[in-house]
Ligand binder design. Structure first.
Ligand code: ADP
Ligand code: GN1
Ligand code: MG
Length: 366
């Protein structure tokens, strides 16, 4: 692909040894532009992740990178304490030659991470063991963050998982209908409106203090965790841009939303999309085993609700983006955001049909 950035020149701004070899698009994230950078250091190929930060979303890159520096340093310390390998078990930020956490070329912001080698971030669950491992990774990450001082962090995306605010944004998009797509998706709009009572179910409990606000990851999908190719074990939680105050229920729920669907998030054939209850139980086992005693009863009760709400919210965000002309989530084809919305709505329907069973499964586990 012909890139609009001079990636070799940008790579040269960072404190990296070796000669530039290549820099190619990488991964399936919806937000940043991610590249795999290869350099030749004395005959040995070394890889990095180079990212153009999405500054339309992260409007204050200094604050974003302040958070990333603190969180990566905190994770590194904990990995070192347990005798692990920090280059593989957490993200390592590579500074620029003038020691800054990112490079600004006058127009775009770039950052570099060490590449986590011999590890994979999966797009769908192929083996339940992988899903269990991802649950352990996110559960351990939640337990680790319990000791993180929240006052140190900027809330870079306020109301990120405030479902009521997301709904208000959705209504505004419907009302404005800037692309003239409203009539085409009236059925979907009606579906969202018919479920609007869901919006307050968790945020009200968080507001009243019934469910605690903690420092959470806020984007816990399967492709934001790296599993070791050799052992299959969870290695590192990545994509730390959204580490902010949030709820454990939402973090749990986002993993369920993404991982319990055997099809892709944008699968156009809805007959392939369904909620796999067995995988939900697998994730519960892994998550609860790792999160430890810090989870409260109210949080545990809120886990199934977290799954429903994250799926509802995400579907609503995809539909909002479709109405607004696909400006937020990266798309590669027309109607991709609409397909994404459809899969989420189908999953919500599936989850609601077994909701009591989901609650029983969460509550009977210790
Ligand atoms: P986005 O915010 O766009 O989702 P991510 O930070 O999640 O961006 O990166 C996108 C993808 O790049 C990840 O899903 C993962 O496959 C890959 N990736 C990111 N960081 C690393 C890393 N340090 N080592 C190896 N792969 C990585
Ligand atoms: C985005 O960055 P990525 O692809 O890991 C989004 C999440 C959505 C997800 C849907 C910062 O995650 O909130 O749940 O897409 N991240 C941001 O796949 O908006
Ligand atoms: Mg990601």
């Amino acid at each position: 692909m012909n890139e609009k950035f001079d990636l070799a020149a940008i790579a040269g701004k960072f404190a990296i040894d070796g000669a530039y070899v290549s820099c190619i698009r990488y991964g399936e994230g919806h937000i940043n532009d991610t590249f795999k950078l290869t350099v030749n250091d004395n005959g040995k190929e070394v890889h990095y992740i180079l990212q153009r930060i999405n500054d339309r979303l992260f409007t204050d890159v200094d604050k974003l990178m302040h958070n990333i520096e603190l969180v990566t340093a905190f994770c590194r310390k904990s990995v070192e304490k347990r005798g692990g390998d920090p280059m593989r078990e957490c993200l390592t930020l590579i500074r620029t030659k003038d020691k800054k956490p990112y490079y600004f070329d006058g127009e775009n912001y770039f950052r570099v991470y060490a590449f986590i080698e011999n590890a994979t971030s999966y797009q769908v669950v192929r083996d339940p063991k992988d899903f269990y491992e991802s649950a352990v990774a996110f559960g351990s990450f939640a337990a680790l963050l319990a000791d993180f001082d929240a006052t140190q962090l900027y809330e870079v995306l306020p109301d990120f998982h405030n479902t009521k605010v997301r709904y208000a944004n959705f209504l505004r998009a419907v009302e404005k209908d800037v692309c003239g797509r409203k009539t085409e998706v009236q059925k979907e709009i009606d579906w969202v409106n018919a479920h609007k009572d869901l919006c307050g179910k968790l945020v009200d409990k968080i507001a009243s203090g019934e469910i605690p606000l903690r420092v959470t990851h806020n984007d816990t999908k399967l492709n934001n965790v790296m599993l070791d190719n050799a052992t299959g074990k969870a290695l590192a939680v990545i994509d730390l841009d959204t580490v902010m105050p949030g709820s454990l229920c939402y973090d749990f729920g986002d993993s369920i939303r993404f991982g319990c669907n055997p099809a892709a998030e944008d699968e156009p054939d809805l007959s392939k999309v369904n909620f796999r209850f067995d995988l939900y139980e697998t994730y519960l086992d892994g998550y609860l085993s790792a999160v430890g005693d810090s989870i409260t009863d109210e949080e545990k009760k809120g886990l199934p609700l977290g799954a429903v709400l994250m799926t509802y919210e995400c579907g609503m965000r995809f539909l909002t983006d479709y109405l607004e002309g696909d400006t937020y989530f990266r798309t590669h084809r027309p109607k991709q955001n609409l397909d994404r919305a459809h899969t989420q709505f189908k999953l919500v329907d599936d989850m609601l049909s077994v909701f009591d069973k989901m609650t029983d499964a969460a509550m009977k586990r210790h």
